[in-house]
Design a protein around this ligand. Structure first.
Ligand SMILES: Nc1ncnc2c1ncn2[C@@H]1O[C@H](COP(=O)(O)OS(=O)(=O)O)[C@@H](OP(=O)(O)O)[C@H]1O
Length: 571
């Protein structure tokens, strides 16, 4: 044995230096082989993740494009008569901008093309041709049986008059919330027991809630109470602790190691971007959306977005980008659109949500041109509830625009007591009047089918427009009413649909009696939507409700067949 310890090739290995160099070369070669294999495996993972029935990625496409799936897909699509060809081009984003120039502005539909008039109800329904397949043959990938999940429950009306801001205080009326029996599931009970006590807000002199029994009693007796988060509660984060949840300052949770942002609470802007260095380290880039929530307005889109934002495999752009509905935004081009997206890691799905995308007829065609493989999610609720919710939303918006803030609770309890200044009602198509009834029923007693409060509830038409461009398997429809009563099955369905990790568990969610809705308990405890979501609704006259139900019935019936969902509100 020589001084290298080797028994072979004495000539070559006669010095330690040569042995060391040899080892270095071997190491370098092995490392390269491992890296190459690793890359291939990543590609395979992506293919597996995205190749489900209906997705239109091709193996070569995915391998070529690597991590930047959506952006690269732009250069492989060009339109020809009757279809989409795969072509190559170098000026990918710019070339796609040309597509927009050829497409009429979607706003023309809603604001009226030349005479300022919106199309009639018939016109609206027939603006687009019917999808090529008969409606009954379409089978969207959602067949939910959400009733078996354990926390489905009856709904009861309980008073909700405890809001004291403009967002939440319009009406002291009633709202539908789940009954306590069904709502408090085991997980919530445990959470409450673990916390020991919930405290009443001293200002409102509401009772203290100390046990699950107290909670049940109060709910049965319809006693309002507020929860105060204990100031002593701290959560382990790698960030320095700023302030506890429930206070006005945001707390940042650096608990998603592979994300490009820190989490904060739903009341605040819930994702906070990392700094430049951190973004680089984690391979973060802005990417065009792989998936989006495209509707419907007031369907529960924000709650779904917020919940999904906490999934480590999803990077959800928080702001509604409204790119496809705004000519000004589109004029800025695709590179600009991408620059508005949140940073995502190569393994994350990049998402945005703009509910208006479902309501503008030309939008599906535009999306198809630039994002042909996108996965689309629509969440729909009873169109009658949607209309009331939209009415309240519009009143708040008008009030804000007219600088009527701040208003006290009594002032806002009924907007009919407030004189909206001339020129304040900026949206004539909505025809927002003092009462809901005046806004949706005309002087002859008929439903105002042209009003956007009404037309935005014709979901079957909206989905059909998307089905002209996208395969059914690219669209996931969620029943927003079921989602309100229990969000868990819906988020599981989304995970499945997107092909991402099985992350959410039941104990991510709990029913918050004070809020009257489900909130998140994980990864951030007691994380509810802001008062702008779940506003009290006005009482609506029974005959108005009946007219609206009659109006929507045929559309809902068609919708039920189309999406293959058991929509309890459809008949
Ligand atoms: N968990 C939870 N918490 C609070 N609110 C919830 C929740 N789940 C669904 N919702 C319902 O979401 C409705 C608002 O819908 P959107 O977020 O789509 O509205 S918007 O179009 O973005 O303005 C909102 O409508 P309103 O009740 O009229 O405010 C809620 O009913």
């Amino acid at each position: 044995m020589d001084d290298t310890g080797s028994t072979t090739n004495k000539g070559f290995f006669r010095s330690r230096k040569r042995v060391f160099s040899f080892c270095l070369v071997v190491l370098a070669v092995s490392f390269s082989v491992i890296m190459l294999r690793g890359q291939n495996q990543t590609r395979m993972y992506k293919i597996h993740k995205w190749f489900d029935p209906g997705a239109r990625y091709e193996t070569s496409n995915v391998e070529d494009t690597g991590n930047d799936r959506a952006v690269q897909s732009l250069d492989k699509v060009s339109h020809s008569d009757g279809g989409y060809n795969m072509v190559r081009s170098d000026d990918r984003l710019d070339s796609m901008d040309d597509h927009f120039k050829a497409i009429p502005d979607p706003d023309l539909y809603l604001e009226g093309a030349s005479n300022g008039e919106a199309p009639s109800r018939e016109g609206a329904v027939n603006t687009e041709t019917e999808p090529s397949a008969p409606v009954s043959a379409l089978n969207l990938p959602i067949k939910q049986d959400l009733g078996t999940e354990g926390v489905m429950h009856d709904v009861k009306s309980v008073p909700r008059n405890k809001y004291n801001d403009l967002e939440g205080a319009l009406y002291p009326g009633t709202r539908q919330v789940p009954s306590i029996d069904g709502a408090i599931n085991t997980v919530t009970k445990l959470a409450i027991q673990r916390k020991g006590a919930l405290f009443a807000d001293s200002k409102q002199s509401m009772p203290v809630v100390e046990s699950i029994q107290d909670l049940q009693k109060m709910s049965t007796n319809r006693v309002p109470f507020r929860r105060k988060v204990s100031v002593a509660t701290r959560y382990q984060t790698t960030e320095s602790f700023i302030s506890p949840p429930g206070t006005t300052q945001a707390v940042y949770y650096d608990i998603c190691e592979r994300c490009c942002y820190r989490y904060t609470t739903i009341d605040h802007d819930i994702l906070k971007a990392l700094n430049e260095t951190e973004l680089k380290e984690r391979g973060c880039r802005q990417r065009l959306p792989d998936a989006m929530i495209f509707g419907v307005k007031k369907g529960g889109t924000t709650t779904l977005k917020n919940f999904l934002s906490y999934h480590p495999d999803i990077a959800f752009t928080q702001k509604e980008l409204k790119f496809f509905t705004s000519p000004e935004e589109r004029a800025k081009g695709m590179a600009y659109y991408r620059s508005r997206m949140i940073h995502s890691t190569p393994d994350q799905i990049s998402m945005e949500k703009t509910p208006a995308y479902s309501h503008y007829p030309k939008v599906p065609g535009m999306i198809k041109k630039v994002l042909p493989n996108i996965k689309l999610i629509i969440i729909m609720r009873d169109p009658v509830d949607r209309a009331v919710s939209d009415f309240v939303h519009m009143q708040v918006t008008i009030a804000k625009r007219c600088q009527m803030k701040p208003l006290t609770f009594t002032q806002t309890s009924m907007l009919r007591d407030i004189t909206i200044p001339e020129g304040c009602n900026y949206s004539t198509r909505y025809e927002i009047n003092h009462t809901f009834e005046e806004s949706v029923i005309d002087s002859t007693g008929r439903v105002k089918a042209d009003s956007q409060l009404i037309s935005k509830g014709i979901y079957v038409q909206e989905i059909q427009r998307y089905l002209k461009y996208f395969k059914p398997a690219q669209i996931l429809a969620i029943d927003g009413e079921t989602f309100i009563k229990d969000p868990y099955p819906a988020v599981k369905l989304v995970e499945q649909f997107l092909g991402i990790r099985d992350y959410f568990t039941r104990d991510h969610f709990y029913y918050d009696v004070q809020k009257g809705f489900f909130c998140m308990n994980k990864p951030i405890p007691q994380n509810c939507m802001s008062p702008a979501k779940g506003r009290p609704h006005p009482e609506v006259r029974e005959d108005t409700l009946q007219k609206l139900r009659d109006f929507y019935r045929p559309y809902n019936e068609k919708l039920r067949h189309l999406v293959n969902l058991d929509l309890h509100w459809s008949s």
